[in-house]
Design a protein around this ligand. Structure first.
Ligand code: NAX
Length: 334
């Protein structure tokens, strides 16, 4: 057995945390031979709730789980961590404007970035889930200059999984038969779910998804809208936002980052846009298709042809991210 991996989950007393911690502690993400030390970070008023979560984790009697620390102090929560899963964020309250939400989150992710910079391992891998996830990742990275920029990512895997599920149910195949769906841009309703380069395996044969679906109008309209608005549809039905599917997507994101993507396939991750091959402005955290090597390094997949329809959608979501960045950085200086 190798040395224990130190993994911090922020917002650990929340609903995604509750769905996520068991999978991480059980070995679903870092493998069945990898001991884990879990650090659970939440705010002071939630510490008593967190105590209950700690008790439950103990009661699972998981062989890989070596230690659980619950804290409200970022300097304790991020100490020597190898992996940081940043779920905790300020939720949007009634009447709150986007700029106020961004400003409230800037304060949280600035503090956490500074703590990561000071006490986390320099190799720490960070995935930001708390919304606005792309811009929160950008802020965290800004305040942790001693960590390589590419170690800061945000979650768009839930959107990718949603796209994959829409296509597989449309084609009547199991979900694992559909690969290489792409989410471009922001984890928001401007995201561009793109399956024009995706593949479906039918009866052992790889077929481009558009060829199998044979309905360009559905792909350009209903499909995109369904994926873009799926989070809202879940809230409407459940009166709570996605948690089980979000936790599963976090596990998928981290597992692929840790072990690498399969063969020539790719997955979508929000990553720094600097030097990207698609003309998206530098200085954003933008979701691209990436291939990950077993040493945890990743590359944005290059050379995918971009038509006018895609260009417009990719630029629109980039524009929203630029606006978010400008508002967030203005709040940093305030
Ligand atoms: P909950 O409200 O259930 O839990 C959030 C937890 O974060 C709470 O326990 C809260 O006390 C804690 N928290 C707040 N400020 C904190 C701070 N400064 N340090 C540590 N903890 C802090 O929300 P939940 O449903 O778990 O969702 C968490 C976040 O994920 C939200 O921002 C949500 O919008 C976002 N999501 C992002 C998704 C993505 O794909 N990127 C999908 C799912 C989800 O909607």
């Amino acid at each position: 057995m190798s040395e224990a991996l130190r993994v911090v989950v922020t917002g650990a007393a929340g609903q995604i945390g509750y769905s996520l911690l068991y999978s991480v502690a059980k070995g679903d993400v870092f493998g069945a031979n990898q001991p884990i030390e879990l650090l659970l970070l939440d705010i002071q008023p939630m510490l008593s709730v967190l105590e209950g979560v700690v008790m439950e984790l103990q009661d699972c009697a998981l062989p890989l789980l070596r230690e659980v620390v619950a804290t409200a102090d970022p300097m304790v929560g991020f100490k020597d961590v190898d992996v940081a899963i940043l779920v905790g964020a300020m939720p949007r309250k009634e009447g709150m404007e986007r700029k106020d939400l961004l400003a409230a989150n800037v304060r949280i992710f600035m503090t956490q970035g500074q703590a990561i910079d000071k006490v986390a391992k320099k190799t720490v891998k960070v995935v930001v889930v708390g919304n606005p996830a792309n811009t929160n990742a950008l802020v965290t990275r800004k305040y942790a200059p001693s960590i390589p920029p590419q170690n800061f990512t945000c979650l768009t895997r839930l959107d990718q999984n949603r796209a994959q599920a829409q296509i597989s149910s449309r084609l009547g195949v199991s979900h694992d038969k559909v690969r290489n769906c792409i989410i471009w841009g922001n984890h928001s309703s401007t995201q561009f779910p793109d399956v024009r380069h995706a593949i479906v395996n039918i009866d052992g044969k790889d077929i481009p998804v558009p060829e199998a679906v044979k309905d360009d109008s559905w792909l350009k309209n209903e499909f995109i809208k369904t994926v873009q608005q799926r989070g809202g549809a879940v809230i409407k039905a459940r009166k709570l936002s996605s948690a089980m599917s979000a936790a599963k997507a976090i596990c998928d994101h981290m597992r692929d980052w840790w072990f690498g993507t399969k063969g020539n396939d790719w997955v979508s991750m929000g990553v720094p846009s600097d030097g990207n091959p698609y003309g998206i402005p530098d200085g954003l955290v933008y979701s691209f298709p990436v291939r990950v090597k077993p040493d945890h390094s990743y590359e944005i997949v290059s050379g995918l042809p971009i038509d006018d329809f895609s260009r417009e959608k990719m630029d629109a979501t980039a524009k929203e991210l630029q606006e978010e960045r400008d508002m967030a950085f203005a709040a940093c200086e305030a």
